[in-house]
Design a protein around this ligand. Structure first.
Ligand SMILES: Nc1ncnc2c1ncn2[C@@H]1O[C@H](COP(=O)(O)OP(=O)(O)O)[C@@H](O)[C@H]1O
Ligand SMILES: [Mg+2]
Length: 260
């Protein structure tokens, strides 16, 4: 005797709950990148993503929160970003995903950056502000994403981590391109222990970005900024101080040699 329709759906939901990447690919008709599958399905609760610009960090962050909200009733997911505009963008992404769901869940959107679903789950997109004051006071989140982590202040990071005190199983994700050899993102990348899943992806590996575009960007941005934005390099700040122009000038053979 075959399974009933409800039993089948129960089985599918069970698989989707354990393997968020399958749920994402089936629900949104997407082909995920290798790192995206690894990140979504990882059993690790500490994840540090050093991913190039336009790689899909915010996209995956919003999906992991939506997955948590749908499959874990009464869960709380926080996506923190350095500035309000980025939080608004993340929230917009979540809204777009919800609109694409086959059984669009009921939800109550009390403000522009928070939503609460019929199953009691909440997703909050919070701007970090300069000192992290805006994010204090939430307890026991199930997921915390710090988007553009290298641009978020260390004070924000200090305010975030105690929220996990009574629930260390919280999934804690730092997602960023590097920004110098300083701050909590760099420190975590360099010193974070085996509890961390660390993934670095460079733009030349991304099938959505052409080689031509990257060649143009290399010229436009210069080697240091390019390697930071597209190759996951933590460029030392004293190196950054030497401008691209200064380096080009120093290589320019047209500069006359003055004979004394
Ligand atoms: N697996 C994928 N399939 C299709 N589009 C993707 C995929 N991953 C990312 N994208 C798209 O790439 C673009 C950049 O994603 P985004 O999350 O804003 O990048 P980041 O935050 O890393 O700069 C978005 O338009 C997003 O929809
Ligand atoms: Mg982003």
């Amino acid at each position: 005797m075959g399974l009933s329709r409800d039993e089948k759906q129960g089985l599918i939901n069970h698989i989707y709950k354990k393997h968020p990447s399958l749920w994402v690919e089936d629900t949104f008709a997407l082909t995920l990148d290798h790192w995206q599958i690894e990140m979504l399905d990882s059993p690790k609760n500490r994840i540090c993503l050093n991913i190039h610009r336009q790689g899909g960090k915010s996209f995956m962050s919003s999906l992991i929160c939506l997955h948590r909200a749908l499959f874990y009733p009464k869960s709380l997911s926080l996506i923190v970003a350095p500035a309000l505009t980025q939080s608004q963008e993340n929230f917009g992404k979540i809204r777009d995903h919800i609109d694409q769901l086959p059984n669009r869940p009921a939800f109550d959107e009390s403000t522009k950056l928070r939503l609460k679903m019929g199953n009691g789950s909440r997703i909050l997109c919070l701007p970090g502000g300069t000192k992290g004051k805006t994010i204090r006071g939430f307890s026991r989140p199930d997921v915390i994403v710090e988007d553009e982590s290298a641009q978020c202040s260390d004070e924000l990071f200090v305010a975030l981590t105690p929220m996990m005190a009574t629930y260390p199983e919280c999934k804690f994700i730092l997602a960023s391109t590097p920004y110098g050899q300083r701050g909590h993102f760099y420190k975590t990348w360099e010193e974070g222990g085996p509890e961390w899943l660390k993934l670095r992806v460079v733009a030349s590996e991304c099938r959505r970005i052409t080689k031509e575009f990257l060649d143009e960007e290399r010229v436009r941005k210069g080697p240091y900024v390019y390697s930071q934005e597209y190759e996951g390099a933590f460029v030392a700040s004293d190196t950054q101080l030497i401008s691209h122009e200064a380096i080009l000038k120093s290589l320019n053979s047209d500069i006359p040699i003055i004979e004394i």
